[in-house]
Design a protein around this ligand. Structure first.
Ligand SMILES: Cc1cc2nc3c(=O)[nH]c(=O)nc-3n(C[C@H](O)[C@H](O)[C@H](O)COP(=O)(O)O)c2cc1C
Length: 335
């Protein structure tokens, strides 16, 4: 009982900010984090986040409305800063009085933070470095996620443990910070909370939830996968700075290398501009992830997964996952 109150105490700033029972966020995962998983996470006491990804404003409008039918608990919407319709997507969030907007994918364009704040929503930003975290603080963001390179999907170059040691002591008193990347056990949650985090964000651990609509093949690949199978993509051309992606090694990973060579050749031949080249590469990922998550083609698609995939051993309900994480965190704090 005492340890439970210690967990709640350490998470208090996180739960106050999110309005959830526990400060465990399920990070937005394109194609996976839709109405079913998001509502299940929030209904289980965590905090679900819709992945807007490349959705149009109309699709996001429907997704938010449908999620609201499945939960009365708070949830967030993750928007990618380089989405061409970012301002329209913010307006859709405003229309539905979405309480939390998570901005991913680099520096928010001018006016976007203000536009989100004007809807009354809280803004949460990803900070891949201390300097950027400080900049976000000055711009008035309400919370920060620091995500290490152990995570699944697009990643930065620094590990979670280093980011946590660099950023938490400096900024944890000033703003709630959520730690992400490589977390699959409650003991790790307890550790980051004791270092000053207000909460955590997990992705990989929730992919195989019963409530996740990921294709059975995608879930099987996760259950079979080991930490060392979740590798990062390689960049083949200095002119094409691709953001590394962590995914399970398969034919798709090799295809990505080939795609980069192909695009670099088009650049050499002057057949496409740099912007178009980078866009082609991003589109490759979006399509490849859909192929794996929705169609179940885990050979040719992109099976984005974090290094914690080796600790995903079975399909469980979201409530079971949240309970085991909080039980483990409580036990660790009691020790
Ligand atoms: C399949 C998959 C898709 C993801 N898609 C997105 C996304 O669209 N936007 C985003 O901000 N993060 C995305 N992420 C990152 C997660 O939101 C989360 O931060 C990350 O999974 C946490 O690290 P972990 O995988 O080690 O738990 C994705 C992760 C995975 C595994």
């Amino acid at each position: 009982m005492q340890s439970q109150s210690k967990l709640s105490h350490l998470m208090k700033r996180g739960t106050d900010l999110l309005g959830s029972e526990t400060a465990i966020m399920c990070g937005a995962m394109s194609w996976v984090s839709e109405r079913n998983l998001v509502s299940a996470i929030s209904n289980a006491g965590g905090f679900g986040v819709i992945a807007c990804g490349a959705m149009t404003p109309d699709l996001l409008d429907t997704e938010i409305a449908e999620t609201k039918k499945l939960t009365s608990k708070p949830f967030g919407v993750n928007l990618i800063t380089m989405h061409p319709d970012l301002m329209a997507l913010i307006a859709v969030c405003g229309k539905h009085e979405v309480t939390h907007v998570v901005l991913a994918g680099g520096l928010p364009p001018k006016g976007s933070l203000e536009a989100i704040k004007a809807t009354g929503a809280k803004v949460i930003c990803f900070a891949p470095a201390l300097s950027l975290a400080k900049k976000f603080l000055r711009s008035g963001v309400d919370a920060i996620v620091i995500e290490g390179m152990e995570a699944g999907g697009h990643i930065g170059p620094v590990s979670t443990s280093v980011l946590a040691q660099e950023i938490l002591p400096e900024l944890a008193k000033e703003v709630p910070i959520f730690v992400a990347g490589g977390i699959a056990r409650g003991s790790a949650i307890a550790g980051y909370l004791e270092m000053g985090a207000s909460g955590v964000q997990l992705g990989t651990r929730f992919v195989c939830a019963h409530e996740s609509i990921a294709h059975p093949n995608f879930k099987k690949a996760f259950i079979r996968g080991n930490a060392r199978d979740a590798i990062t993509s390689v960049q083949v051309d200095a002119r094409l700075p691709v953001i590394p992606v962590r995914a399970l090694k398969n034919k798709g990973t090799e295809e990505f290398t080939k795609k980069q060579i192909e695009v670099a050749k088009l650049l050499d031949a002057g057949e496409i501009e740099m912007g178009e080249a980078q866009l082609q590469i991003e589109h490759f990922w979006a399509g490849a992830l859909r192929k794996a998550v929705i169609d179940g083609d885990v050979e040719n698609g992109s099976v984005m997964a974090g290094q914690s995939v080796g600790m995903v051993k079975a399909e469980e309900s979201v409530a079971e996952i949240v309970k085991s994480l909080t039980d483990e965190a409580e036990a660790a704090l009691a020790r």
